[in-house]
Design a protein around this ligand. Structure first.
Ligand code: ADP
Ligand code: MG
Length: 642
């Protein structure tokens, strides 16, 4: 019968200082199907090194290894992983169970990497555990099991893929003698069923249970004694069942990522925090920018398009002093005759003391045209505004604002009431809604009267505090502005006025808010990058921390791509959950903003939310890649012994 395993001239050396430390010196060995072999030797003699080479966890430095007639010493890592999956079952001294998973989950792991469908592998794992006396403890996590029970779980795991060869490195080393005895009995039974069992031990009593004892010292075989020749039927090796391997392994990677995150809740949350803050600020900033832009546009649209506002003086500073009287009503009348002008509405104002019964209050009398309320975007809560006839007839019908209403007629219907403003009686025909200008709104009182009334009754002059000029429809705004400037400069002999072009304000504000949004969003993107680097950092730490887990997964047959996928998925998941939390935070922030009662609301666009999710995924992919590759490049032996 052809031997199952044939080693010829196997050596293994490790780089050490200048030269190399040779651990195995030309091992020649052959093991037949169905043998129960114990490899015995002092600590440091090279038993584990030999075992790792036998189990295709490690490659020899020199020599040939024929496994079932196939040379495996030169195989690629992927092929070695396949052999570990299909051919070998490992039992370790320290069990190497995954602490986050149940006993059943641990037993299933090698079958997952082999692509066995979930139901089939669960059934098999449960049957094996039941057979090893663990049927009651399928859902226990390793931490809740005794050493002997954990070792049975690890034996079940070694069997789940119908391994032909069981490799056990000091399987009883960490167990009390009774549990150790039970484990040895199980191994004997497995051998009796046809499994080839190779056990490493330093204990001669354990070795005595085997049919053949190979002693090694300083990396050389010094004795090889067989008891009885055991010839057994080869165990039926089930065909590799590859149901939906890719999907199954992906969902396993996803499950592991979730388990790992659950096991380290605080750390996962802190890792996410960078992403949460980054995404929340990007989404909020974009929404606030859009909200403020639309609010500003709405405010300006109240002023109407095609509108120029002309004020006396050089700037608003001059105008407020109230002493600049260079702009007169006649300017408006003359401008209105120009072909490029559709209409002109003057504004004037005067400060007066209001009296109603015993109540007194000082107020600003604002003389405006009949279209002013539309143009300025002021809404009336009660009554009506004055019309063109009122303006022409210098009517004493006025609109008061809410502040004036409260000051003069608290808890009364003000419509039709007549009060004194200075020496002039005025009748209320309408109430204007309170205008919120900044926090708390304004506390000053304003009475809107026809400008003609204010000019004749109070000012006695024809100077105006401003002209609102509507440009004719087909005329270009900047040309019209230039024409108005030229016209007035000629009339006055100097440029003693200034013009505000609403369209200019609109475009200026739009581009300013856009610039601000881009600027703040850029800062937020930087914070996202910082968050991503945080994720990478934690993932690298996590790889180091879980090195034993990675080694175990490789030992039971995980491909490098499986390990890479697991860590990549974890990184993407952390970022994705962070992204969702970030978007929710941003939405919550919007609610808060509404409660505070700001003058505008953030506007969330689905595009920005989708972009946020997409970018958090990409951050996970980009910053998770390095840690994932690091994990997948680990050497299984080094990872296992770490
Ligand atoms: P045993 O299992 O018989 O106790 P090992 O096979 O674990 O012994 O180790 C044999 C020798 O090889 C020891 O001297 C150990 O220090 C050395 N050795 C094992 N692994 C490495 C490694 N990765 N790098 C360097 N030396 C190693
Ligand atoms: Mg050892």
């Amino acid at each position: 019968m052809n031997p199952l395993i044939t080693l010829t001239g196997i050596t293994r050396s490790y780089p050490s200082g200048e030269g190399r430390l040779q651990v195995l010196h030309g091992i020649d060995l052959s093991i037949a199907q169905g043998e129960f072999v114990a490899i015995i030797g002092a600590s440091g003699s090279g038993k584990s090194t030999l075992m790792n080479i036998l189990g295709c966890l490690d490659r020899p430095s020199e020599g040939s290894y024929l496994l079932d007639g196939r040379e495996v010493s030169e195989l690629e890592s992927g092929d070695l992983a396949a052999l570990r999956r299909e051919f070998f079952g490992f039992v370790f001294q320290r069990y190497h169970l995954l602490s986050e998973m149940t006993a059943l989950g641990n037993v299933e792991v090698p079958a997952v990497y082999r692509g066995v469908p979930a139901a089939a592998r669960r059934e098999k794992a449960a049957a094996l555990l039941g057979r090893l006396g663990m049927g009651e403890r399928l859902d226990h996590q390793p931490g809740k099991l005794s050493g002997g029970q954990q070792q049975r779980v690890s034996i079940a795991r070694a069997l789940v893929n119908d391994a032909r060869v069981i490799l056990a490195d000091e399987p009883t080393g960490a167990l009390d003698s009774r549990s150790g005895e039970e484990v040895l009995t199980i191994l004997e039974e497995l051998n009796a069923e046809g499994h080839t069992v190779i056990i490493v031990t330093h204990d001669p009593k354990v070795a005595a249970r085997a049919n053949r004892v190979i002693e090694i010292a300083d990396g050389r075989i010094v004795s090889d004694q067989a008891k009885a020749e055991a010839t057994r039927a080869p165990i039926p090796h089930s065909v590799a069942s590859t149901g939906a391997p890719g999907l199954g392994r992906l969902s396993e990677a996803l499950r592991m990522a979730l388990l790992a995150m659950r096991a380290h809740k605080l750390r996962s949350f802190l890792t996410m925090l960078g992403i949460i803050i980054g995404i929340a600020s990007v989404v909020s900033v974009v929404a606030l920018g859009e909200g403020s832009r639309q609010q500003v546009l709405k405010n300006i649209s109240g002023l109407g398009t095609n509108t120029l506002q002309i004020f006396p003086g050089q700037s608003f500073g001059d105008m407020r002093s109230g002493r600049v009287t260079t702009l007169v009503l006649e300017d408006g009348t003359q401008l209105a005759r120009q072909t490029y002008v559709a209409s002109v509405s003057p504004t004037v104002s005067s400060s007066q003391t209001l009296r109603y019964g015993a109540t007194e209050a000082s107020a600003q009398i604002s003389g405006v045209g009949d279209r002013y309320f539309d143009v300025a975007g002021i809404t009336l809560t009660d009554g009506r505004a004055f019309d063109a006839t009122d303006v022409a007839g210098m009517s004493q019908d006025v609109v008061i604002d809410e502040n004036t209403h409260q000051a003069l007629f608290p808890d009364e219907d003000p419509l039709g009431k007549i009060f004194m403003a200075g020496k002039v009686p005025l009748r209320v025909i309408g109430v204007a809604a309170a205008q919120s200008r900044g926090p708390g709104g304004s506390t000053s009182l304003t009475v809107y009267a026809p400008y003609s009334t204010v000019q004749t009754r109070y000012l006695g002059s024809t100077s105006v505090s401003g002209l609102t000029l509507r440009v004719a429809d087909d005329v270009d705004m900047s040309l019209a502005q230039q024409a108005v400037t030229d016209f007035l400069t000629q009339r006055h002999g100097s440029k003693d006025f200034f013009i505000i072009n609403n369209d200019e304000i609109r475009s200026t504000i739009t581009s300013t808010t856009q610039t601000m949004t881009i600027l703040i969003a850029a800062i937020a993107v930087i914070s996202l990058l910082v968050g991503g680097i945080g994720v990478m950092n934690i993932m690298l730490v996590s790889v180091t921390e879980r090195i034993g887990e990675i080694g175990l997964r490789m030992a039971v047959g995980a491909r490098r791509s499986d390990i890479r996928a697991q860590f990549l998925i974890e990184a993407v998941l952390v970022c994705l959950i962070g992204g969702v939390a970030g978007v929710l935070t941003a939405l919550g922030f919007g609610q808060l903003f509404a409660l505070v009662g700001s003058s505008f609301q953030p506007i969330y666009s689905s595009t920005s939310i989708a972009a946020a999710m997409l970018s958090s995924c990409s951050i996970g992919l980009v910053f998770g890649y390095l840690p994932a590759v690091n994990a997948s490049r680990l050497d299984p032996v080094a990872a296992l012994s770490a």
